[in-house]
Design a protein around this ligand. Structure first.
Ligand code: IMP
Ligand code: MG
Length: 175
């Protein structure tokens, strides 16, 4: 089996877009403090570059979740692999995720976090595949909308590989 990765969004394009989103977030949260909740593992690569472009005070926490079900049936639950270390009560929370696909994971995660009484919750995703959406999720900041392709790089994996690619690529598997 041979795996080829073709560039979909270049490193320069990703960097420039993250810079612009950081600027937008800094303006939207002017005078406030932001609590970033990064979704492991994929979101961490995006988060690191994003927060360097945010000028308001920022704190960080990390969460790891996975969806129950086989991807075609929504069970209405998520499995918490790692919960947050700190309380989010009264905080302006920004969830940072790598990609919004069916929306199941983030839908359930946002519901869960709302029960913990944050002041606000907004969602920032590097990539969005709107054609794949099964559950509507309100998303506040999107890096790029992409077609229904399986992508890797910038935190996104194919069997845990390619997360470290500095660009967004499309996997092309030749058997
Ligand atoms: P969903 O929105 O609940 O379907 O799940 C989103 C998760 O699916 C993401 O956090 C990724 O881990 C994974 N995912 C979806 N599309 C891709 C892709 O194109 N490449 C790599 N991972 C993906
Ligand atoms: Mg993920």
């Amino acid at each position: 089996m041979e795996v080829n990765v073709k560039v979909l969004i270049s490193e320069d394009e990703v960097k420039e877009r993250i810079r612009a989103i950081g600027e937008q977030i800094s303006a939207d949260y002017a005078g406030k403090e932001l609590h970033v909740v990064c979704i492991l593992k994929g979101g961490v690569f995006f988060m690191c570059d994003l927060v360097k472009n945010i000028t308001v005070p920022v704190t960080h926490d990390f969460m790891s979740v996975s969806s129950y079900g086989d991807g075609t049936v929504s069970t209405g639950r998520i499995k918490l692999i790692k919960d947050l270390d700190e309380s989010i009560e009264g905080k302006d929370v920004l969830i940072v995720e790598d990609i919004l696909d069916t929306g199941r994971t983030l839908h359930h995660l946002i519901q869960l976090l709302h029960t913990r009484n944050p002041k606000s919750i907004k969602l920032c995703t590097l990539l969005d595949k709107p054609d794949r959406r099964v559950i509507d999720v309100p998303v506040d900041y999107v890096g790029f909308q992409i077609p229904d392709l399986f992508v890797v790089g910038y935190g996104l994996d194919y069997a845990q590989h390619y997360r470290n690619l500095p660009y967004i690529g499309v996997v092309d598997v030749e058997e």
